[in-house]
Design a protein around this ligand. Structure first.
Ligand SMILES: [Zn+2]
Length: 310
């Protein structure tokens, strides 16, 4: 038997009728509940542990299985997701970029979301251009026109200004100046101290343990939410060791841990590392369902919750 499995990926799930940031892109909690009902009615929703058991030990799972996964350890997952999963008897898998919890920081990728949700794109773009001018000599930056040419390409979700801002702050600039500019934009437009914001945005260790005690699965998402495929093997290993160490320290059960690659980024070194470090399975962002026996357990595809047909 070779059952088909759908792993579903969620990020922000929140109450959009009561939020300071309606422009943060995510799923409303009411839609989420309906989707869970739909999945329960149309799939055999199983836990990550059951999937791992099927992969490692050949335990049988039903045709048309689904596993729900949640990235980035948002407090949303405790406030909105967890009560619904409990209500429907579903066990989800949650992936934690541990550095943010340890250092009370906010991920750059989240800073970018909140900057974009806090002002008009014209205003942010203007400020970004001012900052590029300010740091041009110090960091040997290119002209605005050059950057625009390289990065301002609209896609199916966003117009060119937004893509430009995102690309510049994600990868377009070198790390040091990129972090500096991102922090300045975050302070200007979001205006909340990073430590305080981090506490509100992410799960606390108490919340993680409570969820684990009620059947939820937790795994590493690297320490600093890095693109693993851009790093040397030793640096990747360091990211994994730190992340696992932190999870172990706070009491997460790592007997059969699974991994989630940030941005879906991994390479051959990553796959070797997963084997060496005793990982049970790992999820990517390759958007498709799969047949249990036809996949590499360290390259499990995953569909975004918005791409599920329902
Ligand atoms: Zn992530």
């Amino acid at each position: 038997m070779n059952p088909d499995v759908t792993i579903v990926m969620y990020h922000y799930v929140r109450d959009y009728q009561n939020t300071k940031y309606p422009d943060i892109k995510g799923m409303d909690v009411r839609t989420f509940e309906k989707q869970v009902q739909y999945l329960k009615n149309n799939y055999n929703v199983i836990s990550m542990d059951e999937l791992v058991d099927a992969i490692q030990n050949g335990a049988s799972i039903d045709e048309h299985s689904a596993v729900l996964t949640f990235d980035d350890a948002y407090s949303d997952h405790y406030l909105y997701v967890y009560p619904i999963l409990k209500k429907y008897g579903v066990k989800g898998a949650f992936y934690v970029p541990t550095g943010i919890l340890q250092d009370k920081k906010v991920l750059d990728v989240n800073k970018i979301h909140y900057i974009l949700a806090s002002a008009s794109h014209e205003t942010i773009l203007q400020e970004l251009m001012l900052l590029l001018d300010r740091y041009r000599d110090m960091y040997n930056l290119e002209t605005i026109e050059n950057y625009f040419e390289k990065y301002a390409h609209a896609n199916r979700w966003d117009p060119e200004e937004i893509i430009f801002i995102k690309r510049m702050l994600q990868k377009g600039l070198d790390q040091e100046v990129r972090m500096k500019i991102t922090d300045e934009l975050f302070q200007k437009f979001v205006g909340q101290p990073e430590e305080e914001f981090s506490k509100e945005l992410y799960l606390s260790t108490e919340q993680i343990l409570e969820m684990q005690n009620n059947g939820m699965h937790f795994g590493p998402h690297t320490h600093d939410h890095v693109w693993l495929d851009s790093l040397m093997k030793e640096v990747q290993k360091d990211q994994m060791k730190k992340s696992l160490h932190y999870l172990k320290e706070i009491g997460v059960n790592l007997d059969r841990w699974t991994m989630c690659y940030p941005y879906g980024g991994y390479n051959e070194d990553t796959l070797t590392l997963m084997e060496e470090m005793g990982c049970s399975a790992a999820v990517t962002v390759e958007p498709k369902k799969f047949r249990l026996n036809d996949v590499n357990k360290f390259e499990l595809p995953r569909l975004d919750c918005n791409d599920i047909e329902w």
